[in-house]
Design a protein around this ligand. Structure first.
Ligand code: NAD
Ligand code: WQD
Length: 338
């Protein structure tokens, strides 16, 4: 069974590759290294003890993708490749629409032409917009996204559902991730952001390692238990295992399925800071800063559908997430080497 993993060199993709190899799948990875390093592929092989095929290819390169499908026997695709920085997407909307939407359309066209109709897609809690009240359920309205990145995920969900309506032989699994953090237990792979991190956990770990002076906590006057924003942080290895389960279902039955992948528990920014300090023994210098535009007070999942239908549940708690993030950052202070 051979699975094409687009964006497999990235943060979530690399962890998922390891779990796919551990589960006995053969994988073919495609990445253009826009936001990742070759070294992560070496470490996937090192940690899994298995070899796999890799192609450096952009998913918008139709000819290139077609050659890969002709050379390999691909049974299904897990599609991570895409751009993901919210702020950057406001500055460069056309790049985001092109990479994420045109890239996905190109990939689906090549899949269809080669008779491969099974795909697991990386969506995001961002598709719920700002009008729903947590816990968020898959049946709630989507849309009302507040930035081009979020809109690409929302639009791709619509494109995939139209594709399924046009041809019920497709198996499409849309996974809405909440806030992935943590790293592989070994500390050998993890999140390696370029420049100043946008997300909370990499910012905290960079303050802890001394690369950044102080964490800005974006707002302490939200309607939450301590005034800071509440999110559903999920360990990246739990997320990776969710993909293995979703793939198993997609391989066995056609359909369009949507699943939240979260823990169902919300933690505030200050809860995360405290949990990190406890797990690492390092004190985090922080100061309260103005709210970040576009942020909402609270966002957490109802993950019960994934448990009922996929038999999947997040197992790793916030301290383990913090300890694993810290192991990765402290043993790789500059991320992956070039
Ligand atoms: P990442 O940037 O670490 O990984 C994405 C990978 O895709 C990178 O290796 C990048 O080089 C590659 N890529 C980008 N454009 C490409 C293209 N046109 N052709 C080939 N490769 C390309 O990001 P991640 O955190 O691992 O996220 C993976 C997916 O999950 C993304 O689609 C992202 O939008 C989605 N997602 C991420 C989060 C999060 O917080 N990390 C949350 C929800 C959804
Ligand atoms: C978490 C909390 C911030 C940084 C984003 C995307 C979402 C998804 C996951 C891809 C919030 C606060 C953060 C900092 C802070 N990505 N914070 N200081 O915004 O929930 O979700 O990543 O799909 O689409 O929007 O995650 O990690 O940026 O923020 O106080 O330096 O931490 O205000 O409350 P977010 P995040």
């Amino acid at each position: 069974m051979s699975i094409l993993v687009t964006g497999g060199a990235g943060y979530i993709g690399s962890h998922t590759c390891i779990e796919l190899l551990n589960a006995g799948y053969e994988i073919v990875v495609v990445d253009n290294f826009y936001n990742s390093k070759r070294e992560s592929l070496k470490r996937i092989a090192e940690l899994s003890g298995k070899e796999f095929t890799f192609y450096e290819c952009d998913i918008r390169d139709k000819e290139g993708l077609d050659k890969i499908f002709k050379a390999e026997k691909i049974d299904a695709v897990i599609h991570f490749a895409g751009l993901k920085a919210v702020g950057e997407s406001c500055a460069k909307p056309l790049e985001y629409y092109d990479n994420n939407i045109a890239g996905t359309v190109c990939l689906c066209e090549v899949m269809k032409e080669n008779g491969c109709k099974k795909i697991v897609f990386s969506s995001s809690a961002t598709v719920y917009g700002s009008n729903n009240v947590s816990p968020l359920k898959e049946t709630m309205m989507t849309g009302g996204t507040t930035n081009p990145y979020g809109t690409t995920k929302y639009m791709i969900e619509i494109i995939l559902s139209d594709l399924f309506k046009s041809d019920n032989e497709w198996s499409i699994s849309i996974l809405r991730y909440f806030n992935p953090i943590g790293a592989h237990k070994s500390g050998r792979i993890g999140e390696d952001p370029n420049g100043i991190p946008n997300n909370l956990m990499p910012y905290i770990t960079q303050v802890a390692i001394g690369k950044r002076e102080c964490l800005g906590v974006f707002g302490d006057d939200y309607d939450t238990h301590d005034g800071t924003g509440v999110r559903d942080y999920i360990h990246v290895v739990d997320l990776a295992l969710g993909h293995v389960k979703a793939l198993g279902r997609a391989l066995n039955q056609p359909g369009l399925d949507i699943y939240n992948l979260g823990t169902g528990t919300g933690y505030s920014v200050l809860d995360v800071v405290k949990a990190f300090e406890k797990a690492s023994g390092v004190t985090i210098n922080y100061k309260i800063a103005p709210r970040r535009p576009g942020d909402i007070a609270t966002c957490y999942s109802d993950p019960s559908k994934a448990q009922a239908e996929l038999g999947w549940k997040a197992e790793r708690g916030i301290e383990e997430m913090c300890a694993d993030s810290w192991r990765w950052q402290s043993t790789n202070p500059n991320g992956y080497p070039d």
